[in-house]
Design a protein around this ligand. Structure first.
Ligand code: ME8
Length: 509
């Protein structure tokens, strides 16, 4: 039995509408959730919105709207990413839901009971944009290290004894070397913790838009205590005995951007340890996208609207580009020129053309049926073997979240299949050796079948279309099915159609 799989995205702040950076994290997580489902694993894939805190309250005020009306509206925009990008999340959580407020308060109470929360007063710097406290020594030219404006905050506050967790955290990182990926991020976290940890202010009393601190209505929880708890709320916390909690919590993988690593790699395991819970199994922090070389920001007016992008280029094209263009874990630049380039070369020329060549040839020259092969030659066996041996490579890279490597490996097979078509020239065999032609076509259709399965986590719609073009009415596209079943000879194929239109327009720079 394969272990269950729990994968989460950050819950996004609703102070602003979704852009391509948010879509990226969720699409990458979707690829992993879909891959795990194809492995026959039981999957819970969670995304949602983070709706409390000063930043949201200010955004609502700026629009002269009450916070609840405001968050309802913006949260819906994030929820719409699911149908837009064909995401397969099992839940969409909102931190304003009752179940979550109950869960965040229960987590607080647990930490308090264990003696890790005390009351004091906070005097220091706070950056609303980051929803983070900064020490004087961290400021650069009077701003947060992220460039965010800081303000001086002086108010009564509850504190979490983060300082007590320096050693437990370092031990935990040592005992769980795979807790943080990529490796470079792990080292960054360890260095930071080795530098010493101060207790953390975990409540605010100068505004109201947050989860009330239990038994002290003058305080609301610091938004990160509230936000991080979402990952266990979704499993039924405070009830630790639900089947979801027991099944999924030990298998949790949090996918995040590198901007929020500290919260997930330091605060979150410390909160959990304080509440007597185990930290998640793993975190993976991906890199940062710029847009045409510039930081993506509302003030620069260059945020990329996901809806416009999908309307212009197509869902699977955008998904493919985001997953393929930048090695997962590294920073990258979004540009329309590179998106169009990838669509034309990788999708239209390499993959689309392969499918089109084979399917239309079979349609016209092999009675539109899957042919019956005779004996396989070495080159046939080699290509079929390459198709089969791709799966272990995909699995290996999946374990490391090397999503780009998975895609590269699939495209190696596309390349090998295109070379095989050129070498075997089925069109030339039509008159000279129809029996051999049937074998070559059978091999190629088999490779297309493999490709239709392999690309399913990346481009689900394309996968479905290709399976239909291959006459496969598979309801469950699992890897078990891929391996155990074979392409059936004699099956009637529908009229072929192109998978990816080329982008012909000349770009004016
Ligand atoms: O931090 N490039 O929410 P947030 C890549 N609510 N990824 C990007 C990106 C970019 N330019 N811009 C955004 C929060 N992201 C908290 C999280 S979790 C318990 C609470 C993605 O709306 C990336 O995943 O600021 C990043 O970590 C996240 O959006 C930040 O979203």
């Amino acid at each position: 039995m394969k272990p269950p799989f729990y994968i989460t995205t950050p819950i996004y702040y609703v102070n602003d509408v979704p852009h391509i950076g948010h879509a990226y994290t969720t699409i990458a997580s979707d690829m992993m959730a879909r891959f795990a489902r194809m492995e026959g694993r039981e999957v819970l894939f969670l995304t949602g919105t983070d709706e409390h805190g000063q930043k949201i309250q200010k955004a609502a005020q700026a629009e002269r709207t009450d916070p609840k009306t405001f968050v309802d509206r913006v949260s819906e925009r994030f929820r719409q990413l699911t149908p837009l990008f064909h995401l397969s999340n099992d839940q969409f959580i909102r931190t304003t839901e009752d179940r979550h407020i109950k869960s965040a308060q229960a987590l607080w109470n647990k930490m308090k009971e264990q003696g890790y929360i005390y009351k004091g007063g906070y005097a220091g710097w706070y950056a609303v944009r980051d929803e983070a406290f900064y020490a004087e020594s961290e400021l650069i030219n009077g701003k947060a290290p992220t460039g965010a404006d800081v303000e001086w905050v002086e108010e009564p506050s509850y504190f979490f004894k983060l300082s007590a967790f320096q050693e437990p955290l370092l031990t935990f990182y040592r005992d769980n070397p795979h807790f943080i990926g990529p490796e470079s991020r792990r080292n960054e976290v360890i260095r930071f913790v080795e530098g010493g940890l101060n207790d953390l202010s975990i409540s605010r009393s100068s505004f109201k838009w947050g989860v009330p601190v239990p038994e002290d209505q003058d305080h609301v929880m610091y938004v990160w205590v509230d936000a991080l708890a979402n990952y266990i709320t979704a499993l039924g916390y405070p009830d630790e005995n639900t089947s979801d909690f027991k099944k999924f919590w030990p298998e949790a993988l949090h996918i995040i951007g590198k901007d929020i690593l500290r919260f997930h790699a330091i605060y979150w395991p410390a909160f959990l340890m304080a509440a007597g819970l185990t930290p998640p199994k793993r975190l993976y922090a991906h890199g940062w996208w710029t847009n045409e070389g510039q930081k993506i920001s509302k003030s620069l007016g260059n945020t990329i609207d996901p809806v416009e992008l999908v309307e212009t280029y197509g869902v699977d094209q955008v998904r493919y580009f985001l997953l393929r263009e930048v090695p997962f874990g590294q920073d990258g630049d979004f540009s329309r020129a590179s998106l169009e380039q990838r669509i034309n070369s990788d999708l239209a020329n390499d993959f689309g053309n392969l499918a089109q060549r084979i399917l239309s040839f079979v349609y016209k020259n092999a009675e539109a049926k899957v042919p019956t092969p005779s004996s396989f030659e070495v080159q046939d066996e080699a290509l079929l073997k390459a198709a089969q041996e791709l799966l272990p490579r995909l699995r290996e890279n999946f374990e490391k979240q090397a999503l780009h490597r998975m895609i590269e490996a699939i495209w190696e097979l596309v390349g090998a299949a295109n070379r095989y078509v050129d070498a075997e020239q089925p069109w030339a065999l039509k008159k000279t050796n129809p029996e051999r032609m049937a074998t070559v076509l059978y091999v190629l259709l088999t490779v297309l079948r493999h490709l239709a399965f392999y690309v399913a986590p990346i481009m689900p719609q394309t996968s479905e279309r290709l399976l239909a073009l291959l006459g496969i009415s598979e309801t469950s596209i699992s890897f078990k099915n891929l391996i155990e079943k074979k392409l059936e000879s004699g099956v009637q194929l529908p009229q072929p159609e192109g998978l990816f239109p080329r982008i012909e327009k000349e770009r004016k720079e």
